[in-house]
Structure formats: C-alpha cells, structure tokens
Design a protein around this ligand. Structure first.
Ligand code: GLT
Ligand code: MN
Ligand code: MN
Length: 389
C-alpha cells in the first residue's frame, strides 16, 4: 500500500499553543496575523491531524485572570480538546514574558522574585495537571545575564537547583507524576543564558534531590545556535535515559532562533535525527516547537503544521529504506570489524585481561590499511534522501 504520510498517532505529534498560534511578532515588527483563541488553535490542530497540544500557563490563562475566568477558559479548552481528539502531554510556565522576570526568574537576584517564580510555577503545574500533562518543561529564557557584573554564576546554579528541588517535592506531594524536562538555549533573549546546551543539564541533573524525575527537552534550533551537532546531543540524552521530550524545528547555523518548519533547512541532520529517534524507539511526544513564516496566513499556517509532520513521516520512511538497503548495510558491516576474542578482553578490566592485551599482536600499519569507503556510504545516504534509491 502506498504511504500517504498521514500523521501517525503512535508518533505523538504535538504543537504548542504558541507555535501555530504565533502571530508573527518580531523585535522589528508587530503582529501580522490576528490572535486566535486556544479553542480555535485546537480546531486547527484537530483539522491537520495532530495528536496533542502543549501550553505555557499564560498561553491559556492570561496572567491577570481571576479564578472564574480561569475556570471558564479551562472548561472550554477541555471541551475543544475532546472535540478534536487532542491530548495535553506537556505543560510549562511562562517565566520570561512579564516585566517581573526581566532579570530572571529562579535565578533572579531578588529573593521575592525567585519566590514569585516558584509560586507561579506551582500554579502552572496545577493547571497542566488539570489538563492531563505528565511532562513539565523548564526553559530558562531569562535565566542569564548581559554582563557577568550583574549576577554571580555560581549563585545562579544554586538558586536554580533550589527551585527545582522545591518543585519536585511539590509534584510528588500533589501526586502529579510529572517528569521534568529542561530545555537549553545559549542566548536570546538574554545575552548569555545559563545552562547553555543540553549537556549542561545532563551534568546538572545528577546533583538534584530527585534526579530520576528529571531529564531534558533538547531543541534543534537551540543546539544549532551553539554550533553543535544536534543528533549527538540527542544521542547523549537517549543513552543516559534522559530524553523526556523533544522540540523539533529547524535552524540555519549562526543565526537567531528561527524556529523554522521541521526539516526545512538541514535535511541531512533531520534525517539522522529521525533515524536515531526511530532506531532507538523513542516513545515520547514529538513536539514541533516551530512557527510559520511571517508572510503566512492561517491557511498557510496549516500547511506549515502539516509539513512538519509530513516531513517527519517521510524521513521515517527514508530511515527504514536506509536500514534495508543491502549495499549500505554491507558497508556498515564491513567497517564494523568484529573480533570477539579482543572484545572480550577489553569489555572489562582485570589484571589478566590487561596482560593479555599488552601481549596482543596489534599491528598499527596493517590496521590503518583497512578500507573505509565512507564517501560511497555517504553518497548512498544522499541518494536515499534525494529519492533515487
Ligand atoms: C519559547 C522558546 C521555546 C521554548 C518554549 C517553552 S517558549 O518559544 O523559544 O524554545 O520551548 O517555554
Ligand atoms: Mn527555538
Ligand atoms: Mn523549544
């Protein structure tokens, strides 16, 4: 049967309210699309076949809403979720938009602002849990500095840890069952943001009171802004059992945070990313944290959303093709030289193994002569991607 690349619910394709609801504001210009309500966003996502929707507290409930307004909004949102067959896998807190957070939230120099940030997050966790969220994302957009004269970077780490430890206990006590996922970004909107890359969080997590509850939410654009190979960052998270969520989009290297449609810039990176996630049977949500071009109207925003999911589905098929390609697999097999006797020696240290290894007749000149037809392998990969294989 020909694949029509329809979004597969098993792949859990999600969008944030802020993604398809993005009105195209940038630092140099105001909105170019009218604001659409959370209910209208659910209708849009239902129409394109998404699996779920995520939100910041204030994407759904305005920061100054009273209890009745909040409850009315939540009621109509939940109805819209049901009408469109959507779920809410992830929620998060807006700790960056309001003026109070101009110098950070959990890492602010002001103890009262730090307390307010924790209070706001507890309320946002209540809201997320009410809508069914099980993953809670922390993106520290304002947790940084323009000048290191303004904040002690060691204090910042300690303050951040204290906030997370507090919120872990809150989640446990409320029985929310949240998994926390930390999202790194090197800069923008701050000159320098703490925990600049995913690896920073992977190193931070073991220092927390509840490391098992905590993982990462890497975003393509953010690691590319840092000039890193995103696939390798995701591999590190997967290998550590810490990939709790992922923000898929695309990004030119060396630019501002572009949040482009998934796979629209670096097709080869996107291919290896999809291949990694699928080969490793990643089972969490695949969240498209991206938005349409500023030129698009809402009809085109739907094309943008369909495009993210469709590209993923197509790349998943390409990965299967790569895995099934006889010539490709033959090369992979040839370059992965096996030697069970030596592997047994190096698998675990013992005095005896060390001695045997020291005595092993390993000839570096002979070893260096083994062929590595990587040009051929890479070209075959490109031909799979270009659709001629
Ligand atoms: C903001 C940021 C994203 C984060 C969102 C979660 S908000 O759009 O640029 O990468 O994932 O707070
Ligand atoms: Mn981004
Ligand atoms: Mn993101």
């Amino acid at each position: 049967m020909p694949n029509n690349y329809q979004p597969d619910p098993k792949l859990k394709f999600t969008f944030g309210l802020w993604t398809v609801g993005n009105v195209g504001r940038d630092p140099f210009g105001g909105p170019v699309r009218e604001t659409i309500s959370p209910v209208e966003i659910c209708d849009l996502l239902g129409e394109v076949g998404a699996y779920g929707v995520n939100f910041h507290d204030n994407d759904l409930v305005p920061i100054d809403a009273g209890q009745t307004q909040r409850d009315d909004i939540v009621r109509s949102f939940k109805r819209a979720l049901k009408d469109n067959g959507l779920v809410v896998p992830m929620a998060t807190t807006n700790l960056f938009g309001d003026a109070v957070f101009k110098d950070g939230a959990f890492t602010s120099n002001n103890a009262q602002i730090r307390a307010y940030a924790i209070q706001k997050t507890m309320r946002a966790m209540d809201l997320g849990a009410e809508c069914g969220a099980k993953i809670y994302v922390f993106w520290g957009g304002r947790e940084g500095v323009e000048s290191d004269a303004t904040k002690n970077p060691i204090d910042a780490i300690k303050r951040f840890r204290e906030a997370i430890n507090f919120l872990c206990e809150y989640s446990i006590e409320q029985k929310y069952g949240y998994k926390f996922a930390f999202e790194a970004k090197p800069n923008e909107p701050r000159g320098h943001i703490y925990f600049a890359v995913t690896g920073s969080y992977l190193a931070f997590i073991p220092t927390l009171d509840h490391p098992d509850m905590c993982g990462v939410n890497p975003e393509v654009a953010h690691e590319h802004m840092a000039g890193l190979n995103f696939v390798h960052q995701v591999a590190a998270a997967l290998e550590a059992g810490k990939l709790f969520h992922i923000d898929l989009n695309d990004q030119e290297f060396g630019r501002y945070d572009q949040d482009f449609r998934f796979g629209s810039v670096n097709l080869k990176h996107a291919f290896f990313l999809v291949k990694l996630l699928e080969d490793q049977r990643y089972n969490g949500p695949r969240h498209f944290d991206a938005h349409a071009f500023r030129q698009s109207d809402y009809a085109d925003v739907k094309e943008f959303a369909r495009g993210c999911m469709r590209t993923y589905m197509i790349l998943k098929e390409k990965a299967q093709r790569w895995n099934a390609d006889k010539e490709i697999q033959q090369i992979v097999k040839t370059v992965n030289v096996q030697d069970s006797a030596l592997s047994k020696l190096t698998a675990k240290y013992s005095k005896g193994n060390a001695q045997k290894l020291l005595d092993a007749p390993l000839d570096r000149i002979e070893l260096a002569a083994a062929p590595l037809p990587y040009e051929r392998l890479d070209q075959l990969t490109m031909e799979v991607l270009m659709g001629v294989r």
